[in-house]
Ligand binder design. Structure first.
Ligand code: SF4
Length: 205
């Protein structure tokens, strides 16, 4: 069955059963369950985290989206909300936490710092965007983004989840999902993926 057929069951509901039975696709019910219970990790890096905390409080009421259950463990989290400046010192921990989250997992870069380094981009100690370390699903602009902007980003994530198909999601593909190598923090941050190029450049120098 191709994805077009999967999304169009093509079954008519007999008139006597209409109002008592619903027919949907496996993709829609699967996505509806996941998008309505995205549990963020309780995790904040800098001032943007204050806005994230506000979003979870009663005025903005994150629980309307089924996302109020902030988990203190990556093992129980679906969403890493990177709210704040990503320093090089924190980078190995961020990648380790990301690796410890089970699939399906998502990442939101909240604010200018997490998206691209923000006002500290030129700093010796700052990573210019968390997407240098881990894949990001949604970027939220602002310094800081307001709670409304964060809610909008979460809704965008829900829309992204709605478009996923069981046949294509990475966690059901053959082969083990590989963990991202944890960056090494020495005098500077070194991504393990870059080591061959660094060695080659050193040999040529
Ligand atoms: S984007 Fe602005 S508010 Fe958010 S962590 Fe950076 S400096 Fe702070």
């Amino acid at each position: 069955m191709d994805s077009k057929e999967l999304n169009s069951p093509g079954y008519g509901i007999p008139p006597e059963m209409q109002g008592a039975v619903s027919i949907t696709t496996l993709d829609r019910i699967y996505n509806w369950g996941r998008r309505s219970s995205v549990w963020p990790m309780m995790f904040g890096l800098a001032c943007c985290a204050i806005e994230m905390i506000c979003t979870a409080a009663s005025r903005y009421d994150l629980s309307r989206f089924g996302m109020e259950v902030m988990r203190p463990s990556p093992r129980q989290s679906d969403l890493m909300l990177v709210s704040g400046t990503v320093t090089k010192k924190m980078a190995p921990t961020i990648v380790r936490l990301y690796n410890q989250m089970p699939e399906p997992k998502y990442v939101i870069a909240m604010g200018a710092c997490a998206s691209g380094g923000g006002p500290f981009k030129e700093g010796y100690n700052v990573v210019s965007g968390v997407d240098k370390l881990i894949p990001v699903d949604v970027y939220i602009p602002g310094c800081p983004p307001t709670p409304q902007a964060l809610l909008n980003g979460l809704i965008k994530l829900q829309e992204k989840i709605d478009k996923q198909s069981i046949k294509q999601v990475r966690w059901y593909q053959k082969g083990a999902l590989e963990a991202i190598p944890i960056p090494l923090l020495g005098p500077d941050l070194i991504r393990q993926q870059d080591l061959p190029n660094i060695k080659k450049a050193a040999e040529e120098a």
